[in-house]
Design a protein around this ligand. Structure first.
Ligand code: THU
Length: 130
């Protein structure tokens, strides 16, 4: 079953809390975990630019802090067209907790949406097995 609509609403809501005064690029991320709960995060920038981090990273941190370990679906919302896709570092972080076939929806406020599989975003991911 797809939880895309709920995830989209959660990601859109949290995007409004982005701390992005430097880039003005607001990102909201929502991850559905295998416990049925949704965890959200937004990007958190810093005056010392490299110390900021991404929305996906925030959502993963919230999930792990709550005790969940498996991601079954992801939604990332931005205002850009086409919608922004997770950066390289976030692809690796998502991959730690997702499966090859985990859907990663990228969406904007106009409803433009594309769904990637995790292994399309990060083929040949470096994993625990390695
Ligand atoms: N950003 C994310 O939150 N997720 C991504 O996958 C790409 C980039 C944020 C980081 C920074 O706050 C802003 O977008 C511009 O790069």
């Amino acid at each position: 079953m797809s939880h895309q609509k709920n995830l989209y609403n959660a990601a859109m809501a949290v995007m409004k809390n982005a701390h992005a005064p430097y880039s003005n690029y607001h990102v909201g991320a929502a991850v559905l975990a295998d416990n049925g709960q949704t965890y959200v995060g937004t990007n958190v920038e810093n005056a010392a630019y490299p110390e900021g981090w991404c929305a996906e990273t925030s959502a993963i941190a919230a999930m792990v802090a709550a005790g969940a370990k498996r991601i079954t679906e992801v939604c990332v919302v931005t205002r850009s067209d086409p919608p922004g896709t997770p950066c390289g570092g976030c692809r690796q972080r998502l991959s730690e907790f997702a499966s090859a076939d985990t859907p990663v929806h990228v969406t904007n406020l106009d409803g433009v949406s594309h769904t990637w599989r995790m292994d399309e975003l990060l083929p040949g991911a470096f994993k625990l097995k390695d």
